[in-house]
Design a protein around this ligand. Structure first.
Ligand code: GLY
Ligand code: MN
Ligand code: MN
Length: 448
């Protein structure tokens, strides 16, 4: 598929417009460094999300500089062409081809960055940069500033302010454009298909990492570059360990399997959790708790409507989960009191200890403020949902063995997670390609 630079050029233009509105300046956004894993082997390279958002450029050793002055300019610094290195490591665009393909006003070799920056920063009212994330970059910026100050005698002024550029970018990234939504839909389709594959293949005797391999196979064969995060494949008691990763435990007849896995496609994450019985048939107690979690998810999804607040979905899910905990005896009414008491005192947290969702985008836990600006009374209300936002909906129940906890529920861990795109009238789920109803899961597993 040919590369489309238009969305990236538009984003740069929008950032430059906000900078100009605030008086102008120069934004400096570097990509991520390469990181060694062990002797001569590096981690798979993943570009920085902010940098990619503005450029579409995935090579390491690159910096984009946006100048919002009398006229606006976007300049890329990237690795030069180098035949010797390209023989070993593969193609590099080099400045000339990168400028054309990615639509920059200018592009230079990264080796020229130190020499160029003092002049670019001269007389700029402000620097837009995310300070405090990388010591080496911060020290480099300091050297550039010293370089500008050294020019002071020639009548040049150094920037008077440093503005955290990520604040502007976070708010842009929170609202996905149609190009992003399209990618996130495709990522959702691939991840859903991977979950279906795992459900069809699962059976007692298989190992967690063997199911993980099926997920990775499906991600990669559909063009996903990496998993968006370390896949969780947890069976039996492991399903109650929130950050468990696929291990070597065997799927046992009568146990559940919880899979939380999603692919990254062209820099965009998907994030799905499904829970299903290893043997293809939910037991009575498993089904009881499963139906509560599913009802909680439906209640949360119903709250994803423009104008509602980020936490409304969580509050709705908690009401359903807490009522379910009282109905099943997970929480003893005589000990904890009414539904209202359970919610107010937080006793439900014994079995549900995380939030019902998070922003989703290029990062699985994506950027974006969870609060609106402070109200007149100083309070900071939860963020109002608006079209273009994407968030996960992921209630769960995790029952560790314990005194007073009915034994039939021990070691049952259930989470159901889907990705929701806020539309003008409600939300659209991006991950419905894998079933979540009990009958539909059992029917799919019978195809295995
Ligand atoms: N997979 C990470 C999460 O669900 O938040
Ligand atoms: Mn999630
Ligand atoms: Mn997840």
């Amino acid at each position: 598929m040919s590369f489309n630079a238009t969305p990236f050029i538009e984003r740069r233009a929008r950032l430059l417009a906000s900078m100009r509105k605030a008086g102008g300046g120069v934004a400096i956004i570097p990509t991520a460094p390469e990181v060694m894993r062990n002797r001569d082997a590096d981690y798979p390279y993943r570009h920085d999300s902010y940098f990619y958002y503005l450029t579409g450029f995935t090579e390491p050793e690159a910096v984009v500089v946006l100048v919002a002055g009398k006229e606006s300019r976007s300049i890329l610094f990237c690795r030069d062409k180098n035949l010797e290195r390209e023989i070993w490591d593969g193609y590099r665009f080099g400045p000339q081809a990168a400028q054309q393909q990615f639509g920059f006003d200018a592009a230079h070799a990264i080796d020229e960055l130190d020499k160029s920056m003092p002049a670019l920063l001269a007389d700029a009212p402000a620097i837009y940069y995310a300070l405090g994330h990388d010591d080496k970059r911060d020290a480099q910026l300091q050297r550039w500033l010293q370089g500008v100050r050294a020019l002071a005698r020639s009548g040049v002024a150094a920037p008077g302010a440093v503005v955290d550029v990520s604040v502007l970018l976070d708010d842009m990234r929170l609202f996905k454009d149609s190009f992003e939504i399209d990618l996130m839909k495709r990522a959702g389709v691939i991840s859903a298909e991977a979950h279906c594959r795992a459900m069809r293949i699962a059976r007692p005797g298989l190992l967690e990492y063997q199911l993980e391999a099926e997920l990775l196979h499906e991600f990669r064969r559909n063009g996903s570059q990496y998993p968006a995060y370390g896949s969780i494949v947890a069976t039996g008691a492991n399903s109650c360990v929130l950050h468990y990763r696929a291990g070597d435990a065997e799927l046992k007849d009568g146990d559940l399997v919880l899979i939380d896995a999603g692919c990254e496609l062209d820099s965009y994450a998907s994030d799905i959790t499904r829970t299903f019985p290893a043997n293809g048939k939910f037991s009575g107690p498993q089904k009881e708790l499963y139906e509560i979690v599913l009802a909680a998810q439906n209640a949360a999804v119903a709250e994803i409507v423009p104008g509602k607040r980020f936490m409304d979905g969580h509050d709705a899910a908690v009401r359903v989960l807490a009522q379910g905990m009282l109905d099943t005896g997970l929480l003893d009414k005589n000990r904890v009191g009414s539904l209202q008491d359970v919610i107010e005192k937080g006793d439900y947290r014994q079995f549900y200890m995380h939030r019902t969702g998070h922003w989703l985008g290029m990062d699985v836990h994506d950027v974006g403020d969870y609060r609106d600006p402070p109200a007149a009374d100083g309070s900071k209300p939860w963020r109002t949902l608006q079209p273009g936002m994407v968030l996960t909906v992921e209630p769960g129940i995790y029952v560790r063995p314990g005194e007073g906890v009915p034994e039939k529920y021990w070691n049952i861990g259930i989470r159901i997670e889907d990705d929701a795109h806020v539309t003008a009238t409600g939300c659209e789920l991006l991950t419905t390609g894998v079933p979540s109803k009990v009958d539909d899961i059992e029917a799919l597993m019978r195809q295995g």
